[in-house]
Design a protein around this ligand. Structure first.
Ligand code: SAM
Length: 212
């Protein structure tokens, strides 16, 4: 699927009044981000944050939240959610595969359910991690390959789902900066985000720290 068609399908999903994945942050991202000491310059990037629930919540606890995402409808919904919480989000409609990433810009990069075709993921996710500052952290949750038969959300394509060893080797490989694996697990969980993400699920959870 090319980026324009992909963007149109996300725009359609986000065009209603309801929030497709709810207005609350992803529970695992929230837990991990709450454990961090917020640094003074506190810049965080939420790639593919859709309707902005993670970025908005993080802004309410003091992070300067930035988002890029394919969807202009996502940006519109994020701005509405940000106004409800009286915070501001820097949101750019943009594509992971073509975006320029400034080096060493963010203390935190965090994403939930950011699934892209493997040929894009393996090059551009590690490229994105160069915008972490030294000492900064990357936190993500996504659906594991064993999610395929389950009905609690996620893409029905093995290529889009995460294999833990594969994604860890991509994210810490030669295209990425030097990163320490703080956490990397396949876990069973009970999701309760929205009708699209509810019930027993198999997920990959990753936390990395930039070393140099
Ligand atoms: C399942 S939604 C998750 C949204 C959000 N992270 C959340 O948990 O609420 C996937 C998001 O990925 C975005 N996305 C997919 N491919 C992308 C790409 N190549 N570049 C930027 N965003 C992308 C979509 O627009 C969509 O907002």
């Amino acid at each position: 699927m090319n980026a324009r068609i992909n963007a149109a399908s996300w725009d359609e999903r986000f065009s209603g009044e309801e929030y497709a994945y709810g207005k609350l942050p992803n529970a695992w991202l929230k837990q991990k981000i709450e454990e961090l000491d917020i640094p003074q310059d506190n810049a965080a990037l939420f790639p593919a944050d859709g309707e902005g629930r993670n970025a908005v919540w993080a802004a309410t606890i003091g992070w300067k939240s930035h988002v890029f995402d394919l969807s202009s409808e996502g940006k519109r919904k994020c701005n509405l959610l940000a106004s409800e919480h009286d915070v501001e989000i820097q949101y750019e409609v943009d594509d992971l595969a073509t975006r320029d990433f400034e080096p060493e810009q963010f203390d935190l990069i965090a994403c939930s359910w950011f699934h892209t075709p493997s040929e894009i993921r393996k090059i551009h996710m590690p490229r994105m991690l160069h915008s972490l500052k030294v000492g900064g952290q990357f936190i993500m949750e996504g659906y594991h390959t064993s999610q395929m038969p389950l009905t609690s959300g996620g893409p029905k394509s093995l290529d889009l789902l995460f294999d833990l060893d594969q994604i860890l080797s991509e994210l810490t490989g030669s295209l990425a900066p030097s990163l320490e694996v703080i956490y990397g697990e396949v876990e069973s969980t009970e999701l309760d985000e929205s009708d699209l993400h509810r019930g027993f699920a198999k997920v990959v959870r990753i936390q990395l720290k930039r070393r140099s």
